[in-house]
Design a protein around this ligand. Structure first.
Ligand SMILES: [Zn+2]
Length: 179
């Protein structure tokens, strides 16, 4: 639980920094260039949306990930977070079962769902970027398997739709914990 707390604290700090950054940037941009669209965009969003954007960029400690950790913990499963000695720094590591869980954002990891749809503008750019992400995910999962770990991907949209169904699905690989 200590690790959880420090992550929350880091996340809060990150949001604060984002707010400071966005309140400074219009001034900075005014003096340097007329291309203010990026800063304007960040400025136009609510603090909640801004912190969401920052979390997506950071790619760690997202809401679906926290929700899944909470569910697993309540079920008695014990895990480690973001172990960086494993390929792809898995979001949740269950050493007892040799299972690693990646909680993927649908957009960045190219899920075939509404949220995973690619933008229609700058198509080449996005195709290159998102193809690269998908390839990296594939290689990461392969590397986990080669090290004897079973990789499981949980999608952001699955967690939003029905997190208990996700838990049911995971139970197939995680035998019941006796408390
Ligand atoms: Zn999805």
């Amino acid at each position: 639980m200590v690790a959880e707390f420090s992550r929350e604290a880091k996340s809060t700090l990150c949001v604060r920094l984002a707010i400071v950054w966005s309140s400074l940037s219009p001034t900075r941009v005014k003096h340097t260039s007329s291309l203010t669209s990026g800063a304007d965009m960040v400025d136009a969003v609510t603090p909640e949306k801004r912190s969401w954007i920052m979390r997506q960029i950071k790619g760690k400690d997202t809401r679906p990930e926290r929700a899944l950790r909470k569910l697993l913990h309540a079920e008695g499963y014990r895990f480690r977070l973001h172990r960086n000695d494993l390929p792809g720094k898995p979001d949740i590591v269950l050493p007892k079962y040799k299972v690693v869980i990646f909680v993927h954002g649908c957009f960045w990891h190219g899920h075939e769902c509404q949220r995973g749809r690619r933008p229609k503008t700058n198509e080449d750019y996005w195709n290159r970027k998102l193809d690269r992400n998908a390839e990296r995910d594939r290689m990461t999962q392969e590397a986990c398997k080669n090290m004897g770990w079973k990789p499981i991907v949980v999608w952001e949209c699955e967690m939003k739709r029905n997190s208990l169904a996700v838990l049911d699905r995971l139970r197939a690989d995680l035998p019941r914990v006796e408390n």
